[in-house]
Write a protein that binds this ligand. Structure first.
Ligand code: RFL
Ligand code: PHB
Length: 390
């Protein structure tokens, strides 16, 4: 097999890249080790920055998101039962859209397949070779048979645990990391959301987040230990804790329902520099991870592949390699700002077991400042809705 760009991974990064390249007339193949049903059901992110919704429209995949997505003009930040709203619309005149990542993935797969695009699901033993040459290759197995794709470029969109980043020779990449001493116990439930907008809640018992996926579907998270076993949390105990952390009105305001899914996510900030090795590019979670408190992961993955598609366009249309050479620098400038914001939100909102009484007082002052100063609220809003994409 031969293609211009071999894409490893059918998450938001790989699929969006495939559509962007197709629009530019650049041939590509995606390989994915999971099944189509699995990636279409994988519950993850839920918030799209304003420019990302426009990009989905431009790619012709925005119709369902515009119909079913929930446009939010702000968020609530709550401290021990008292909520204050950050009004995105009045502060920065932008909104965000709540639309599940797996719905985005469904829309992208459907669009790419209907264009005649090639996505090989359920492959195994993926590996990359000849990275020093100008014809790098991808090898994989499907239905017991071995295959090889000869490419001009390889896009490593295979997530944090993928094979692309570890395939870069030792010494090329520098990794920057912070691991947090807590995680999130997340649930998806058949119950009406507590509020029409997201509530980020700092509480003496720990952080909680009240989100949604649809008018009758709640998505909620509780701060827990990073290695917490979700099975040790009976459904009733999750609801009781969500109520307790919401404050005195939790009992009346929070309606319980069947929990469809639950799981624990540990929190980590991670960046690799550079994000490329010769003709292998890393994009999305393959190159960086943010803690989910800033709702940035899926959006950063989308921004990376937008920049990558522009670089490949310049290469194929005018033989210009400047953007290809500048790919890492371009992405990293946005990524580090998202890292900064995600770290700020995470440390401001969670209880860190290592914090002193002084740290807690300082954190409460920060929350008070951010929710009462227009300048500070504006900075939060500008980052939350997504910094301009240029
Ligand atoms: P993905 O989605 O992990 O996709 C990588 C794909 O590569 C496949 N793969 C391979 N395929 C072939 N061969 C191999 N050897 C392979 N190894 C792996 C995998 O099966 C997979 O299909 O990475 P991508 O595309 O970079 O997208 C990143 C996002 O998924 C991630 O950043 C977000 O989900 C993070 N995130 C959030 N991001 C937001 O923008 N807004 C949010 O509100 C938000 N909330 C969240 C989140 C992530 C969470 N969890 C579970 C980590 C909330 C949570 C709880
Ligand atoms: C979600 O809806 O799953 C969600 C929303 C906001 C976040 C993280 C996750 O910051």
């Amino acid at each position: 097999m031969r293609t211009q760009v071999g894409i490893i991974g059918a998450g938001p990064a790989g699929l969006t890249l495939s559509l962007l390249l197709h629009r530019l007339g650049i041939d590509n193949i995606i390989i994915e080790n999971r099944s189509r049903a699995y990636v279409e059901a994988r519950i993850r992110a839920g918030v799209l920055e304003h420019w990302a919704t426009d990009l989905l429209d431009e790619l012709g995949v925005g119709a369902r998101m515009r119909k079913q997505g929930l446009v939010h003009e702000g968020i609530e930040i709550r401290v021990n039962g008292v909520g204050r709203r950050i009004d995105f619309k009045s502060l920065v005149n932008k909104t965000i859209t709540v639309y599940g990542q797996h719905e985005v993935v469904k829309d992208l797969i459907q669009a790419r397949l209907s264009q005649g695009g090639r996505i090989e699901f359920e492959v195994s033993d993926t590996s990359v070779h000849d990275l020093e040459s100008d014809k790098p290759t991808i090898r994989f197995k499907k239905n017991g048979e071995s295959h090889e794709i000869t490419c001009d470029f390889i896009a490593g969109c295979d997530g944090f645990h993928g094979i692309c980043r570890p395939s870069v020779p030792t010494g090329v990449l520098t990794e920057f990391e912070r691991v947090y001493p807590f995680g999130w116990l997340g649930i998806l439930a058949e119950s009406p959301p507590v509020n029409h907008e997201l509530i980020y809640n700092n509480h003496d018992r720990g952080f909680s987040l009240y989100a949604m996926r649809a008018p009758m579907i709640t998505r909620a998270y509780l701060q827990c230990d990073p290695d917490e076993d979700a099975k040790k949390w009976p459904d009733e105990e999750i609801w009781a804790e969500l109520k307790r952390r919401l404050g005195p009105e939790g009992e009346t305001r929070l309606k319980t329902g069947r929990i469809i899914e639950k799981g624990v996510t540990a929190m980590r900030s991670f960046v690799t520099e550079p994000m490329q090795y010769k003709r292998l590019f890393l994009a999305g979670d393959a190159a960086h991870i943010v803690p989910p408190t800033g709702a940035k992961g899926m959006n950063l993955a989308t921004a990376d592949v937008l920049f990558l598609s522009r670089a490949l366009e310049a290469f194929y249309k005018s033989n210009n390699t400047a953007l290809i050479e500048g790919y890492s620098k371009k992405c990293l400038s946005r990524i580090w700002k998202a890292q900064r914001f995600s770290y700020f939100m995470t440390t401001m909102l969670h209880l860190n077991p290592k914090d002193s009484a002084f740290d807690r007082k300082r954190q409460l002052a920060e929350l008070d400042y951010v929710t009462s100063s227009e300048a500070a609220a504006k900075a939060l809003a500008e980052n939350y809705v997504g910094l301009p994409i240029d």
